[in-house]
Design a protein around this ligand. Sequence first.
Ligand SMILES: C[S@@+](CC[C@H](N)C(=O)[O-])C[C@H]1O[C@@H](n2cnc3c(N)ncnc32)[C@H](O)[C@@H]1O
Length: 254
Amino acid sequence: MLARFAWLTKPMPRDPRAHWQELATAVEYGRAALKVGLWQSEEKLIAEHFDRAARLLEVGCGGGRVALGLLQRGYLDVTATDFSAAMVEVTQGVLEQAQPGWGARAELQDATALTYPEASFDGVIYAFNGLMCLPDAAHRARALRSLHRVLRPGGIFFGSGSDRAKGALAPHWAKQAPDETPGDRWHETSTSPVFMHSSTEAETYAELQEAGFKVLASPLSSEVAVESAAVRAFCGETRFYVARKVSGPAGAAS
Ligand SMILES: C[S@@+](CC[C@H](N)C(=O)[O-])C[C@H]1O[C@@H](n2cnc3c(N)ncnc32)[C@H](O)[C@@H]1O
């Protein structure tokens, strides 16, 4: 008899997207844009792989931290996007405050279904765990295919994600509930719980390769630069992925 009502005691599944749509979370990310800024490691790798005239698309832009850093460093062809209306609004405010007119560079777009024409960008940036906060591997694959489509042949993907196998924070990221997919985990934050996947290098290599990218470099942030205390408190250690678009979605050479 009781078994018939077991579903009543099961917790409701949480929506991994909800956290990002809250205004309070967007405000936190807007604060990071102003107080934390571009990390030294990001700045170094961006300078290495993108020239200032590059047409850059940022997906999952949060409160405009990376877009602001890029614009301030003379990367003027930047389109900053996020699927959260609250994030886009905060980014517009942050950019417009820095320079009248820059606010118009932030747009609402879902990384898994970008609406830009094929091959319209030289580079795509998906910073600080952007790919890893998508709900599952199928969403990550959809996002990578969508980014691949809007990149020109030979264009560069630059992203980062937590590593559960190597690096100082691996033991932290490796913890999970026993019934979860390896790397999937909900974390407490100052606003609401956030879903995050932490990967291994091999796993993200395979996902990038499957979408038609060749990985060029994948260093830990600590191997690229020594970060300030503010940056370390914001993001800890993360692994970067720099990859080139080498083939079409079905694996055909382009
Ligand atoms: C961990 S935050 C990183 C924010 C920003 N890139 C930074 O470095 O400060 C992840 C961001 O990805 C966004 N996001 C989550 N799912 C998305 C999707 N399907 N399409 C676009 N953005 C998404 C969230 O709204 C959030 O702004």
